[in-house]
Design a protein around this ligand. Sequence first.
Ligand code: 13P
Ligand code: SF4
Length: 303
Amino acid sequence: MNREELIKGIKDLKSRHNAIIVAHNYQVDDVQEIADVVGDSFALSKHCASSDADVIVFCGVHFMAESAKILSPQKTVLLPELDAGCPMADMVTSEALIEKKKLYPEAAVVCYINSSADVKAECDICCTSSNAVNIVRSLQEKDVLFVPDQNLGNYVANQVPEKNIILWEGFCITHHRVKVEEVKKAKELHPDALVLIHPECQPEVVKMADFVGSTKQIIDFATDLNHNKFIIGTEMGIMHKLKKNNPNKTFYLLSQGLVCPNMKKTSLLSVYNALNEMKNKIEVAEEVRIKSITALDKMLQVG
Ligand code: 13P
Ligand code: SF4
């Protein structure tokens, strides 16, 4: 099938199955274009929870589709590429977290949504990069065990100095490799551009930003601001929406290393195949789901 046939086939299958396609901002352009909703982790979780579709095709990585299934157990959730995972999410296991919690019995446990259902089941509240600061601020406890992203945890610690944040040693391999020298070089090349950075980057890189936020917050900031040039410090897939929303503005990717191979696995063909064969269904054991939904629900309440 050629591209046009695939697009038509996906549309037909969507209406036959009462399905929606949601895509993360890091997906390849074609997949973003076929999606009903493109957004950050928080917007997509909220959308899946409130949608009345029977089937959700989640174009993203495993923990995202799993979160959709936790929030909507009655829906069929398909992940077009089953091996699209998140290396950072794999840097914490429920067993290791249970051991760590014993060292900090007084601490609230906050997990970044980039974690498995088993890990969420051991946490008090979940967060995404768009609400992590507010979530931590909303807690009663002074001590907060934050898993698994040390960089996002560090950013939150700087924004909420009244809390004692205990960091886990996880990181995003894509964002963690961005170097201070790359930011300096980009600023030299484009001195009138503003630097927009994702908080999964290392603290010394984040410090150099004019704005720090989730992928949606970066897109909204660049779109709403009366400024024309931006250096973008997050995964390259975001460039599609930035350019589409702002044809008269210029965007420079901060580093050529800003590619998440897992986010790039999903294609029109894999979306078509998943819908056509109703395959790659995400399942979460009911016992784990019941335990993990609390952390996600609490996050959605705080907002
Ligand atoms: P956001 O879209 O929530 O900013 O998340 C970034 C990310 O790395 C998802 O894996
Ligand atoms: Fe995971 Fe990083 Fe890829 Fe996001 S960009 S899915 S955090 S590896």
